[in-house]
Ligand binder design. Structure first.
Ligand code: ADP
Ligand code: F6P
Length: 530
């Protein structure tokens, strides 16, 4: 349940800054224009962990969310300053849209953020592509978001807490700090880094000005938050290496720079577990799950599910290769194990993503042609954006959920599957390179780079006795309910409140992982230990 935010915000106003907006308005395509009286503008919630996690947060805190207005009908649905009340059907907070032109999107979003930082942070160097203009545009767009955030901070009725999200805005906090210097009410600035943070040897592949700028920008925060301790330690190592005038205290997860202290904290993100569970328990979800199984799974068979944006970090080709090998090595699983693969196109303007989309479609077609027949389609590929209740039904229908990310900051899909497994006998097969693997005990851990290990993990999952499946799922569900999105939020805001309220030396460090004292170790069952 959502904690009492007022207690933690202590009268402060929350201003959140992210690249992706929580509600995007798009003009309906030609031919789908509404008839008289109907709106031709559609609203959608973009897929992705960040939006899924933070919209419930903002609904409760009633602050302002500053984000890129990326929808084709975004301007006409906002006021002259880009502001509007959201959620559209039941307004609870303000969305302030920042406008980007095509050159901004190319250089800042597709360029520096997603062709340079994204592959480096995920340590997938073959996708790294850096140009001088990417960095210039990234700085300019960060400045524009900083201006909007500083403007919202000045309008706030109370002292502001500015909460920057992710790798799109490594420079924003330092810029906001500079813009608000001398204001009567000091802002507290913090940033959540939703993706892995790389070690210095990887970050130094950026040009010197860029890696130094990124690190100095992040040190504009009072607190920088990560999913795991490993990412926090990588961050401190990068500070040590690239900001020589700073003093790094690894034991206290703290940096001293001039007269300021910057803290690094560990806060694994989660989901609204109750909400997902109740979506999955709804009679419509039960009906839809039955229908899916009836349509796709032969009687007595087993259903595997996976849900991702099509992104090279998610290990989708690796997953398909493992399924191909599984049905080759274990013919008895043909017509027995069906997979529903939800794979929604993402960042399609980038060639590596477009190529991946095509590769996924072609591989699925090849596997279906190789093993399928008139009665059975081995892999059902769904490419569309699926509503939350639709996803809940898919998760509920699944006996096995396979998450095969090559690297993933957290991976919320793993947690959504656990929450929606209301029959209590599903098995989670989870990449050990997700933040979630450091938190969730009782998943079958796999190394997605090692196809034999994935096959072994899947065989283990489909042959696991029902008592063991139930026992594991029960433990994973209890663990999840002790560490929800609200625990995450509460832990971060408690830490912010503590740091914003007085000198750090007077207090013992308290930023331990939320909800679990096991959060930093890896689960017991590891199919790919070899
Ligand atoms: P990332 O943030 O890298 O996309 P996560 O697994 O952490 O990865 O979060 C993905 C989020 O996006 C989840 O909440 C998931 O339900 C949602 N999502 C993924 N694919 C779809 C889809 N096809 N339709 C709707 N939501 C999706
Ligand atoms: O979680 C990482 C992240 O980049 C989020 O910031 C983002 O919302 C999600 O992945 C989806 O990516 P994008 O916003 O580029 O579509």
């Amino acid at each position: 349940m959502m904690p009492d935010m007022k207690q933690y915000l202590a009268g402060r106003t929350l201003i959140l800054v992210s690249n992706r907006e929580p509600y995007e308005h798009t003009a309906a395509p030609d031919g789908e224009q509404g008839t008289a009286g109907e709106s031709s503008v559609q609203v959608r919630r973009p897929p992705g962990g960040l939006v899924s996690a933070l919209d419930p947060t903002m609904r409760c805190t009633h602050g302002t969310w500053v984000a890129w207005g990326s929808g084709s009908a975004d301007r006409e649905t906002a006021d002259a300053e880009g502001r509007l009340a959201v959620p559209p059907e039941n307004p609870a907070y303000t969305l302030r849209r920042v406008w980007l032109d095509d050159a901004d999107v190319d250089g800042y979003y597709l360029g520096f953020a997603n062709s340079a930082l994204w592959p480096l942070c995920h340590m997938l160097l073959q996708h790294y592509d850096m140009r001088a203009e990417y960095w210039e545009r990234y700085k300019a767009v960060n400045e524009r978001f900083a201006a909007a955030a500083a403007d919202e901070a000045r309008r706030a009725p109370n002292a502001p807490v500015v909460w920057v999200q992710d790798y799109h805005f490594a420079l924003v906090s330092a810029m906001v700090r500079e813009r608000l210097a001398g204001e009567r009410r000091p802002a507290f600035l913090h940033q959540f880094w939703h993706i892995p943070f790389p070690p210095p040897d990887i970050l130094r592949l950026l040009p010197t000005a860029a890696y130094s700028g990124v690190m100095r920008g992040l040190l504009g925060n009072d607190l920088v938050e990560f999913h795991t301790d490993r990412y926090a330690l990588n961050f401190l190592d990068c500070v040590d290496e690239f900001v020589p005038e700073s003093r790094v205290d690894r034991d206290r997860r703290r940096v001293v720079l001039g007269d300021r202290e910057i803290h690094a904290g560990v806060f694994p993100i989660s989901i609204d577990a109750e909400q997902y569970e109740s979506l999955a328990r709804a009679p419509e979800a039960a009906e839809r799950a039955r229908e899916l199984r009836h349509r796709h799974v032969p009687p007595g068979g087993c259903l595997g599910v996976s849900v991702d944006r099509v992104d090279y970090t998610k290990g989708i080709p690796e997953r398909l290769r493992a399924l191909d090998q599984l049905w080759t090595d274990a013919p008895e699983l043909r017509r027995k194990l069906t997979f529903i693969v939800v794979a929604t196109p993402s960042r399609s303007e980038l060639r590596s993503y477009k190529t991946l989309e095509e590769e996924v479609v072609a591989s699925v077609a090849a596997i279906n042609a190789k093993f399928g027949d008139a009665e059975w389609t081995p892999i059902v590929l769904l490419k569309e954006n699926v509503s939350a209740d639709g996803l809940a039904a898919i998760y509920r229908a699944g006996d096995v959920c396979l998450v095969s990310s090559l690297q993933d900051g957290m991976n919320l899909v793993a947690k959504e599957f656990i929450a929606c497994n209301v029959d209590g006998n599903g098995v989670l097969v989870l990449s050990r390179f997700t933040g979630a693997a450091a938190e969730i005990d009782d998943a079958i851990l796999i190394n997605p780079f090692h196809v034999d290990g994935v096959v072994e993990g899947l065989r283990h999952a489909v042959t696991m006795p029902v008592e063991e499946r139930r026992a594991r799922m029960q433990r994973m569900q209890s663990q999840l309910h002790r560490s929800t999105i609200f625990d995450w939020l509460e832990a971060i805001l408690a830490r912010v409140n503590e740091l914003a309220s007085g000198p750090a030396e007077l207090r013992p460090p308290t930023d331990r992982p939320v909800g679990s004292d096991r959060a930093m170790r890896v689960g017991a069952a590891d199919a790919s230990a070899a």
